[in-house]
Ligand binder design. Structure first.
Ligand SMILES: Nc1ncnc2c1ncn2[C@@H]1O[C@H](COP(=O)(O)OP(=O)(O)O)[C@@H](O)[C@H]1O
Ligand SMILES: [Mg+2]
Length: 259
């Protein structure tokens, strides 16, 4: 049995005036410890998919099982990190990273120490925990957001375009940090991105989605030679351009069909 099973998901948003089908017939599985990406053009339903997997949104049709159980009963097992850091501006970094623990009633001395240790592991020390978010750079704030997500020890991490608001250099550094951290903790992760390079550099497998309504157009296995490397080194490996070209061509082919 796979760690995560997504079965025949279909989702339509209904408003008074209209019905928008965001996802159609999505089925996929993710194994424990795997890092997968959902890659697709903006508006194709990627965020909708993550919201459904984390049971923030109930799909019109289909089921999601985490370790064989409906996700609605596994809320505390899933950590969610977004493009914007959503740190509370009036709370210190320490208060921000402990928030998830507090809300899920897991805050105690042990979990608090663990969260503060994680902050140090992310290179945020020297009193950063007493500062306010506005005193930190964008890259630092995303590291804080990652600590807050990891602090509750989720079994599954959901990452919704977590680097897209950062400058390129910071993004590359954070890709490596995130990848190292996820490997070190043996977590399972789903990354949403519209960046082909990022998907290749970070993932074991990529699900390529079509434009709305999103369906899975193709699944790509990333070659071992790239998977073994850090994201930064993968981007510079000789096997990388061919994989990039292949995915690029697939994206072009279905975008042309829509023109
Ligand atoms: N709450 C909502 N109500 C109506 N339509 C929505 C809502 N959320 C998203 N959509 C529509 O569903 C489609 C998919 O959105 P989304 O999942 O955010 O895509 P992505 O994350 O891939 O950019 C878009 O056309 C978007 O406008
Ligand atoms: Mg989105």
């Amino acid at each position: 049995m796979s760690f995560l099973q997504v079965q025949n998901i279909h989702h339509t948003y209904f408003t008074k005036a209209s019905a928008t089908t965001a996802l159609s017939n999505i089925s996929l599985t993710v194994e424990k410890g795997e890092f997968v990406s959902l890659l697709g053009p903006s508006g194709c339903g990627k965020t909708t998919m993550l919201s459904i997997i984390s049971s923030l949104l109930e799909p019109t049709e289909g089921t999601v099982l985490l370790e064989g159980q409906p996700v609605s009963s596994s809320k505390n097992k899933i950590g969610y990190m977004l493009q914007q850091d959503y740190l509370f501006p009036w709370k210190t970094i320490e208060e921000n990273i402990l928030l998830g623990l507090k809300l899920s009633k897991q805050l105690n001395q042990k979990t608090k120490t663990h969260a503060l240790d994680l902050l140090k592991q992310m290179g945020l020390n020297n009193g950063v925990e007493k500062q306010l978010p506005k005193q930190l750079s964008g890259g630092m704030r995303q590291r804080v957001a990652l600590v807050r997500t990891l602090a509750t020890e989720p079994k599954l991490l959901m990452l919704d375009e977590p680097f897209s608001a950062l400058d390129y250099q910071t993004k590359l550094k954070l890709e490596d940090l995130l990848s190292d951290t996820i490997k070190a903790f043996g977590k399972t992760a789903i990354l949403v991105t519209h960046d082909i390079g990022e998907a290749i550099a970070m993932s074991d497998r990529i699900f390529l989605l079509t434009s709305r309504p999103g369906t899975i157009y193709k699944t790509f296995e990333i070659p071992d030679s790239l998977r073994r490397l850090s994201p930064f080194d993968a981007r510079n490996h000789e096997a990388y351009p061919a994989v990039f070209q292949m995915i690029w061509k697939e994206l072009e082919s279905f975008e042309q069909q829509n023109e």
